[in-house]
Each structure stands twice: as C-alpha cells, then as structure tokens.
Design a protein around this ligand. Structure first.
Ligand SMILES: [Zn+2]
Length: 119
C-alpha cells in the first residue's frame, strides 16, 4: 500500500498498489497544476480527509471535480462527478513520497489537442 498526503496532512489517499505509470497531461488545467496522475478506481484508492478539508473545482460541462486541501492548497486528486464504486480516481502522485515514485515511467498525454499519449 502507498499513502499520498497533502502537505498539512488533512487529506490522504491510500493506494492499493504501486502505479505502473504516471501521466503528465498537457490540458489547460493539468499543465497549470503540474500534476502527475496515477489512475486508480474507488476500489483501489481510498480518500480520507478531515471534515471540510476538501474543496472541489469544476468548470465547463462539469464532468470531473478537481480536489485540493483547503488548508495547505495541495491538489490531491480528481474524480468524475458521477461517483460509483468502479469510477476513476486520478491521484496526484506528487503527493506520494518521492521514493515511492522513483523509477515509475511518466507518460505525456496530449490533453490539449489530440487526446493521445505522445510516446
Ligand atoms: Zn493539506
């Protein structure tokens, strides 16, 4: 199990297993956040937070919600608005200890234009 945590510790996410790859997305929001996504589901990643610690951001057609810690500001994950057991949680692997992500391949996804991986 791996544990991702925001800086202040008000939010943490437990991942069932080590991700095989991480994704750096070029879309308008991911490039600003500088996130590296580890794609999980609600079965393989569990989010824990202090009451009121999580804030969500959506825009446009509002199909996904980006969550950050209200206290320290760290972007922790995103999820689809329609939450079910199998739905995706993308965990920001920047919240993991560096030794837990060392050596994991980082793939670039062209979310800005072609919606394809660039490797
Ligand atoms: Zn925090």
């Amino acid at each position: 199990m791996l544990r991702a945590s925001c800086h202040c510790g008000a939010v943490h996410i437990d991942l069932e297993r080590k991700p095989r790859s991480l994704t750096r997305c070029t879309c308008s929001i991911c490039r600003r956040y500088g996130a590296r996504w580890a794609y999980c589901t609600r079965r393989t990643a569990s989010v824990y937070s202090d009451p009121g610690a999580l804030a969500a951001y959506t825009w446009g057609d509002a199909t996904i919600e980006f969550y950050h810690c209200r206290r320290c500001g760290c972007l922790t994950h995103y999820e689809s608005v329609d939450k079910n057991e199998g739905s995706r949680i993308a965990v920001n692997a920047r919240m993991l200890p560096p030794e837990d992500t060392a050596g994991i391949r980082v793939r670039t996804f062209d979310g800005a234009a072609t919606w394809r991986y660039l490797d």
